[in-house]
Design a protein around this ligand. Structure first.
Ligand SMILES: Nc1ncnc2c1ncn2[C@@H]1O[C@H](COP(=O)(O)OP(=O)(O)OP(=O)(O)O)[C@@H](O)[C@H]1O
Ligand SMILES: [Mg+2]
Length: 283
């Protein structure tokens, strides 16, 4: 399988143009600090991974970036412009909403929840295109989008329930791409797929990134996935970033004990869950 690692200087190295910048995000739910002073940058066409155990604040961070959740404090900038002010941010109604949607799109773990069960794949894509690019004839673009995610005319006529999990996830990706976003946020987008389908989708995402220059914010608890598809990674624990850097470097030479624990927690021969649980309690 193709890998995205190895050649990029990466967004944290500060060389490429920044598409997404997050500054000092905070979000609390009662006494739980779900996101606690989180900052990072994503380069145009780059891929940044967020890893961390369950409950570490990954999804909350993603939802704030997308605009599904508000932050108590902090800023989210797209191409240097604050998402909550300026031309798009304060524009109310349809125009503002559409403009914000073109900045960031999100793909969830379970595409069933985001697809209308009564709408065929082709019709769903047509709806999205009509909303964002009114007046144009979308037939060619629909074929192109389906082709980009490895689907054909058979799938175009299908309802979501007539597709496999992997095919549904491709549809969700195609619909996100239809909007031509600057950033695609993928929250455990391949977690529910079996490993061979997972590999196909990861390859597909790699190719799409090369073709389109869309930046990825890639959330996963799977360090193998992070190794394959991200240039840089941030490691979150209890809402805070405990380590960040080029993915190769962080995985090969983790500096924080929590990152080392995450790496040691991956099942392999000779692996001992009890000693890992003990190490985790000690941390
Ligand atoms: N709407 C909410 N109301 C109350 N608490 C919440 C809410 N959303 C998240 N939390 C809490 O915030 C913390 C971070 O949750 P979040 O969903 O961001 O974690 P995560 O890293 O995505 O975990 P997972 O890997 O299990 O998806 C958790 O302690 C969670 O219980
Ligand atoms: Mg989550």
């Amino acid at each position: 399988m193709t890998t995205a690692t190895g050649t990029s200087a990466g967004p944290l190295a500060g060389t490429a143009k920044t598409v997404l910048e997050v500054l000092g995000l905070h979000r609390a739910y009662g006494s739980v600090r779900a996101v606690d002073d989180v900052s990072f940058r994503l380069a145009e066409g780059g891929s940044l991974g967020i890893v961390g155990e369950s409950g570490s604040g990954k999804t909350t961070t993603a939802r704030i970036v997308v605009g599904l959740e508000r932050a108590d404090e902090g800023r989210v900038l797209i191409h240097g412009r604050d998402r909550s002010d300026g031309a798009h941010g304060t524009a109310r109604g349809k125009a503002g909403r559409l403009a914000r949607a073109r900045e960031v799109q999100m793909v969830f773990q379970d595409p069933f929840l985001s697809l209308d069960p009564r709408t065929t794949v082709g019709a769903a894509l047509r709806e999205t295109l009509a909303l964002h690019f009114p007046g144009a004839d979308h037939a060619r673009r629909i074929t192109e989008l389906l082709d980009q995610v490895g689907l054909g005319s058979r799938e175009a006529d299908a309802l979501p329930r007539q597709l496999s999990g992997g095919q549904r996830q491709r549809v969700a990706i195609a619909r996100a791409l239809a909007v031509e976003p600057a950033v695609l946020v993928l929250d455990e987008a391949v977690a529910a797929l079996d490993v061979s389908v997972q590999a196909q989708i990861l390859n597909l995402l790699f190719d799409i990134r090369e073709q389109t220059g869309i930046g990825y914010l890639f959330i996963t608890h799977d360090l193998g996935v992070v190794r394959c598809v991200t240039d840089d990674v941030i490691v979150m624990r209890s809402g805070r970033i405990v380590e960040s850097g080029p993915t190769q470097q962080v995985l090969a030479d983790p500096q924080h004990p929590y990152t080392r624990l995450l790496l040691e927690s991956v099942p392999r021969p000779g692996w001992d869950p009890r000693s890992i649980a003990a190490a985790r309690r000690a941390l």
